[in-house]
Design a protein around this ligand. Structure first.
Ligand SMILES: [Zn+2]
Length: 171
């Protein structure tokens, strides 16, 4: 495994991977000054937005990974940004909709993957459905119309299915 950092951000010395503690991952360490880089997870947020008829918004991705596949609106949380604010911001950017967050669906993470995905259930409060330059298309789907074979990510499938399961249990 190559270290993701070739040079030390503190002294520009050469980095190498070292096992510092049994049971922990190898970490990039500077061979000159000893600086250790701790690679943090990356936090993303996704929002399942419903309208008054129980349909949900999906957008079709115009970027890799998952080009041409469907996902609910979402994106990365900026450092220092409140997660709920990121959810509202990304929903507006990717779908044009104003939303109200209703509840947490779940938090998804997978072994060996850097992403932690926080998924909210939300309701549309305003705005008109439109796409930005990261999407080919945006539309409303009734639960029975969801294209399960063309969803972009594991967290998309698991989030939507847990959301719909919760929706059924409430009825
Ligand atoms: Zn260094």
């Amino acid at each position: 495994m190559d270290t993701p950092y070739r040079f030390c951000p503190a002294c520009a010395g050469t980095m190498e991977l070292r096992l510092l503690k049994t049971g922990e991952p190898m970490r990039p360490v500077c061979t000159s000054c000893g600086q250790v880089i701790y690679l943090d997870p990356k936090v993303a947020v996704g929002t399942i937005v419903a309208d008054e008829d129980g349909r949900v918004v999906l957008v079709r991705r115009a970027i890799e990974p998952g080009y041409g596949l469907w996902v609910f609106p979402g994106g990365y949380v900026d450092r220092g940004e409140e997660v709920t604010a990121a959810a509202i911001r990304e929903a507006k950017e990717e779908s044009g909709l104003d939303i109200r967050l209703d509840s947490l669906v779940n938090i998804y993470s997978y072994p060996g993957r850097p992403l932690v995905v926080i998924v909210y259930a939300a309701t549309r409060t305003g705005g008109e459905l439109r796409v930005d330059d990261e999407s080919l298309e945006a539309r409303w789907f009734a639960p029975a119309e969801i294209p399960w074979q063309q969803l972009a990510f594991q967290s998309t499938r698991e989030g939507l299915s847990q959301y719909l399961e919760g929706f059924r249990l409430q009825k």
